[in-house]
Design a protein around this ligand. Structure first.
Ligand code: C2E
Ligand code: CA
Ligand code: CA
Length: 666
């Protein structure tokens, strides 16, 4: 055996008798388990000592049966009390280690003290008393091994320090019973030590696996926390508009539901506002998307500045924003809030390459005046916005009773339209367009009529926007165009057909190509068709509308801008489109002989048309006076009740057969 092996063997043996300090968790666990049993250990020692002293009273000297055991019992009591009081005190691993080490040393000292005392008593008394000493030592050492189970070093130390002297003393007595007792005790103690070692290693392993489990649990908690942080962040981003950093549409509708439920349950007011920018699209088209983004960011910042704990701002998409207003609300309060919003938006915006200005329109709906659900409140606000944009740009409209009636009617029409058999219920009328100089009919505008079996005659001004909204317009346009072309085929050459297109018909090249296909499939010369479009069609998506218009122009058809003067009348837009005509709206004609402003507008629009090489048609002419003024202004073509109301298809031909009628009208 080499010296090194010897040294490691010795070190290992020595380690068995010392308290390990390599695992703080184990030290703490040992301390905890140990502190529960140690008072019992002192109890065993004290009672056994008292009983051994009692059997030796008067036989052995007083110092052996009174003073030494008395002192020892005192130590046991003090130590037991000390352990009992500290057992619930939280220890650091270092403190626990120090106490266990002290206990280890103390166990050694006490074992020597106890063995020395017991062996000192052995020579006294009869065989019975001697047997009691042997029994006392054997039973006490076994009890101690049990109690010191969690402090292996102390248990082994005590076993060694008690058993070796006991065995030697028993053998030296020469008495076979005592020798057998010594051997017996050593063997039993050996077995006990084996059990102790297994138990201690189990305890160590159990503790280690508990630690692994705790570490795994900690890791799991950490992972859960990280996942929570991640999902919180995802939720935050999912509710945020990435461009403006305002809360987004999704968050608006979530909040709307929450606030609506709160308002209804606590009888409080709640207002929903919908804002739409006017003039944003031209900025986007003219200066590019990054300029558009700057405008949206700036508007968002301004709206955020108006926001407070009762007013939250959202970006609903595109150039549309939402407001939720809590707290006590009056109509006046909302009106002035709306004006503040409009003022804030209307301030000029620096986009880097220049200064631009957009305006905003706001529609509001206030609960409990309206709204049975949060969504309905929003729809009402949106309808108010639609009205704000229709009647007064950059204005504030609060949803009111008139609009409520309009909406109810709209719903009724919408339902009837969904149920309608359009091929059967739709029909066409034609209104003549007359040449001012010859007073002859030079064309007809086809106008749709709908006779519903459910709700009767409905004006196209009413059902066309609804069909536009619910998507039935595409098939309506195709159906009406096919029929118009059939009627127009019978007109003399040179008489044109004016046909109204909806914004939807120009929103994709496919829908426009379908229209072109119908024209090509008919026998009618496309050059005799005049498609009427409105500015709304162009406002949505200028580039697409432009492309769609070009498809129709390529057919050879003309394009008239309808209702000129009532919409945005953005000349910058108009002159970029391949238009051929402008239709000046009837509202400028009404009493033109009395209204100087109307006169001036019509005059300047006519000048513009001449400048841009566009033909002008003035619609809505009702009286002789109006006609005369228009004639004096040099208008070439007119349309209106003065000449004729829209006529049935079969009546159109009479315009060419009966020339006298035209002359009579002039
Ligand atoms: P619009 O294109 O401006 O059509 C002219 C409207 O003015 C027609 O109303 C016509 O009956 C009316 N009108 C004509 N002369 C006079 C007049 O002297 N005084 C007055 N007060 N009104 C006059 P209508 O037929 O009710 O059509 C209303 C609107 O519905 C049309 O306005 C057009 O925007 C739309 N619409 C009609 N038919 C169609 C269609 O087939 N397709 C599409 N997309 N829209 C259509
Ligand atoms: Ca028209
Ligand atoms: Ca018109």
């Amino acid at each position: 055996m080499s010296r090194d092996t010897l040294r490691t063997g010795f070190e290992r043996a020595f380690a068995l008798f010392t308290v390990p300090n390599d695992n703080p968790e184990l030290t703490l666990a040992q301390f905890k388990a140990f502190s529960k049993q140690v008072p019992l250990l002192y109890f065993i020692l004290a009672t056994n000592m008292v009983s051994l002293s009692a059997t030796h009273q008067g036989i052995a000297p007083d110092y052996l049966v009174i003073y030494l055991p008395g002192f020892f019992t005192l130590i046991c009591t003090v130590r037991a009390i000390a352990w009992l009081t500290r057992r619930n005190v939280e220890q650091t691993p270092a403190q626990a280690y120090r106490k266990l080490r002290a206990t280890n040393v103390l166990a050694g000292i006490l074992a020597i003290y106890f063995t020395g005392w017991a062996l000192a008593l052995f020579p006294y008394g009869s065989a019975y008393q001697q047997a009691h000493v042997a029994f006392f030592m054997a039973i006490t050492v076994i009890g101690c091994i049990f109690c010191l189970m969690h402090l292996r070093s102390a248990a082994l130390l005590v076993t060694a320090l008690v058993n070796i002297p006991l065995f030697v003393a028993m053998c030296m007595s020469g008495e076979p019973t005592f020798i057998a007792t010594g051997v017996n005790v050593v063997l039993v103690s050996g077995a006990m030590v084996m059990i102790l070692l297994t138990h201690y290693s189990d305890f160590r392993q159990l503790n280690e696996s508990r630690q692994v489990l705790i570490t795994q649990q900690d890791a799991l908690h950490e992972q859960n926390r990280a996942m929570q942080v991640l999902s919180d962040e995802n939720l935050r981003l999912a509710n945020l508009d990435s461009l403006t950093l305002l809360a987004n549409r999704r968050s608006f509708f979530q909040m709307l539901e929450t606030e609506f439920a709160r308002a209804t349950s606590s009888n409080q007011t709640l207002a929903v506002g919908v804002i739409d920018l006017d003039g944003f699209k031209p900025v986007n088209d003219m200066f590019g998307h990054s300029a558009g983004d700057k405008v949206l960011i700036e508007v968002s910042n301004r709206l955020s500045q108006i926001a407070d704990e009762n007013l939250s701002v959202y970006r609903l998409g595109g150039d549309e924003f939402g407001l939720l207003v809590k707290g006590p609300i009056t109509e006046r309060h909302i009106q002035s809030l709306g004006l503040n919003v409009c003022d804030a938006i209307a301030q000029r915006i620096n986009i880097g390459s220049g200064i631009v200005q957009v305006t905003g329109s706001v529609g509001f709906a206030i609960y409990p005046d309206v709204g049975v659900t949060g969504l309905e409140l929003y729809e009402r606000a949106d309808y108010a916005l639609y009205n704000a944009k229709k009647h007064q740009r950059a204005g504030v409209v609060i949803f009111n009773a008139v609009q409520a009636n309009e909406l109810t009617r709209q719903k009724i029409v919408e339902e009837a339209l969904i149920a309608a058999d359009l091929a059967k219920e739709l029909s066409l009328v034609f209104q003549p367009i007359v040449c001012m100089t010859s007073r002859r009919c030079i064309g007809f505008e086809a106008l749709a009529r709908w006779e519903s079996p459910l709700i009767g005659q409905v004006s196209p001004a009413e059902f066309i926007p609804i069909a536009e909204h619910n998507g039935r317009i595409a098939m309506m346009t195709r159906l009406l165009l096919e029929r118009s072309l059939k009627v127009a085929k019978d007109w003399p050459p040179g008489v044109f057909l004016s046909f109204n297109l909806s914004p939807h018909d120009l929103t994709s090249s496919e829908s426009t190509l379908k229209i072109a296909a119908i024209v090509l499939a008919s026998d009618f010369d496309p050059r005799r068709i005049n498609f009427e479009i409105t500015e709304t069609a162009v406002m949505h998506d200028f580039e697409q509308a432009n492309a769609s218009i070009q498809i129709l122009r390529d057919l050879g058809s003309g394009i008239a801008l309808d209702d000129f003067g009532t919409g945005y009348s953005s000349l910058s837009h108009v002159h970029k489109l391949p238009l051929t005509k402008i239709k000046i709206d009837g509202s400028f004609v009404r009493d033109i002989h009395k209204h100087q402003s109307s006169f001036k507008i019509v005059k300047s629009v006519l000048a513009l048309c001449a400048e841009m090489d566009l033909k002008a048609i003035v619609e809505g002419v009702e009286t002789e006076e109006e006609l005369q003024i228009l004639e004096s202004l040099g208008v070439e073509a007119v349309q209106g009740f003065y000449f004729s109301r829209p006529q049935k298809a079969e009546e159109t031909l009479a315009w060419f057969a009966d020339r006298g009628r035209l002359l009579a009208a002039s």
